[in-house]
Design a protein around this ligand. Structure first.
Ligand code: ADP
Ligand code: MG
Length: 391
């Protein structure tokens, strides 16, 4: 059922406690990448224009329940003021009388940024008393932090026990687009799964296999599947304890599963390592697979271009080294050229997409690495499950 959003309720004059994901990388005391802040602006702007008082809560880094200088939100407050071109009151704490006073002194359209919620250990423990204190700062709870929706923390889940809870626009978009792709995809539906390890993505593969028309497997994890087919994989990265699982997935998946037919192999795990292309069943001892080969990239490209829905999670090779980035870039380009619905999730896949300057060519780039993975696994996210739905 679709999530209820801030558009579906009356927010005028209300204090909206908004959980955002402003967990951004910092460098020398400034925000190094403000994409996550930008992603929450539509929700903040809508609330401001609708006459709500906006109270923003986020975590930053892993301060482990202690107040730490390096995880103060000062740089975030600064960048937010710049992006909104409006005053933002920056609270010195996220709970307590002083913060309540600051919030309650705001006029409609006012914005308060609370200090890092993870300065309290109670946040990650989803402590009900701490959640109740946070909830005192709002009349409604708006969750726009898809990136933390897989965590049942006080500011992502706990506050919903005390306040009416709805989705922000970013949250709504993430859940609607990925939800639709999983539940009623336009076909052909193709999933491209890569990355280092099978073990990270077993549940994604198991959830997607019955739903997709083709499951493309590349990256380091393809080695384990090639071993399962009986190929020699030299000294490539492999998970020996997952070979049997890979065998059973190959049996279950049959023709649906596409593996690399050729691969780029290297002598060493180094950018300048001697490398060459071989057929997947001809990998010599003492060599390792670091990318899919050109023939494979062409085949994968064809499958992606024909798809009406394509979901991509995980690079096809060691894309951090230019010599082994071609397969990943080919997949990124095929996704960009596709006229169907294209969805990308996963931190490294999104990094590869940015490297190729193709992010804006996708239908949807998920802002949540871990959260999008759990979503693709078919799991219920606590920060989503607590939100009201429309029926
Ligand atoms: P994502 O963050 O998109 O979910 P993962 O974290 O699962 O992706 O995997 C990304 C990592 O996998 C990259 O650092 C990449 O170098 C590595 N990788 C991909 N292919 C190989 C390979 N053949 N051998 C070793 N590492 C690989
Ligand atoms: Mg990763």
């Amino acid at each position: 059922m679709p999530l209820m959003t801030i558009r579906d309720i009356d927010v005028k004059g209300k204090r909206a406690l908004v959980r955002v994901d402003f967990n951004v990388p910092l460098e020398n005391g400034t925000v190094a990448d403000d994409n996550r802040i930008k992603a929450a602006l539509p929700t903040i702007q809508y609330l401001v224009e609708s006459g709500a008082i906006v109270v923003l809560a986020t975590h930053l880094g892993r301060p482990k329940g202690k107040r730490m200088e390096e995880f103060l939100l000062t740089p975030v407050a600064e960048r937010l003021r710049f992006l909104l071109d409006r005053p933002v009151a920056y609270a010195s704490d996220c709970i307590g009388d002083a913060v309540e006073g600051l919030v309650n002194s705001q006029k409609p359209g006012g914005i308060v940024l609370l200090e890092n919620v993870r300065f309290y250990a109670e946040e990650e423990k989803n402590d009900p008393e701490f959640a109740r204190k946070l909830a005192r700062l709002g009349d409604i709870f708006v969750n726009d932090a898809f990136g933390t929706a897989h965590r049942a923390h006080a500011s992502t889940r706990g506050v919903a026990d005390y306040l009416p809870a709805v989705a922000g626009f970013l949250m709504q978009e993430e859940v609607a687009i990925m939800g639709r792709a999983l539940a009623e995809p336009d076909r052909p539906f193709v999933a491209i799964i890569g990355g280092a390890k099978v073990s990270d993505k077993i549940m994604v593969i198991e959830n997607l296999l019955p739903k997709v028309d083709s499951l493309i497997i590349g990256g380091g994890m393809a080695n384990t599947f090639m071993r399962a087919k009986g190929y020699n994989i030299g000294k490539s990265l492999v998970e020996a304890d997952k070979v049997d699982l890979a065998k059973s997935l190959l049996t279950k998946g049959g023709e649906k599963i596409l593996l690399p037919s050729d691969v780029v192999i290297a002598r060493e795990f180094k950018p300048e390592a001697e490398n060459t292309v071989v057929s997947s069943d001809r990998i010599p001892d003492d060599w390792m697979v670091l990318d899919i080969g050109p023939e494979t990239a062409m085949g994968f490209t064809e499958a992606i271009k024909q798809a009406k829905t394509a979901i991509w999670n995980g690079p096809m090779g060691v894309f951090e080294m230019p010599a082994f980035a071609r397969g990943t870039l080919a997949v990124a380009q095929a996704m960009a050229d596709s006229e169907g619905c294209t969805i990308v999730g996963g931190g490294d896949s999104v990094a590869a997409l940015d490297m190729a300057h193709l992010a804006d060519k996708m239908t949807h780039v998920s802002t949540g690495g871990g959260a999008s993975l759990e979503f693709l696994e078919g799991r219920e996210l606590p920060g989503v499950a607590c939100l009201q739905t429309k029926d």
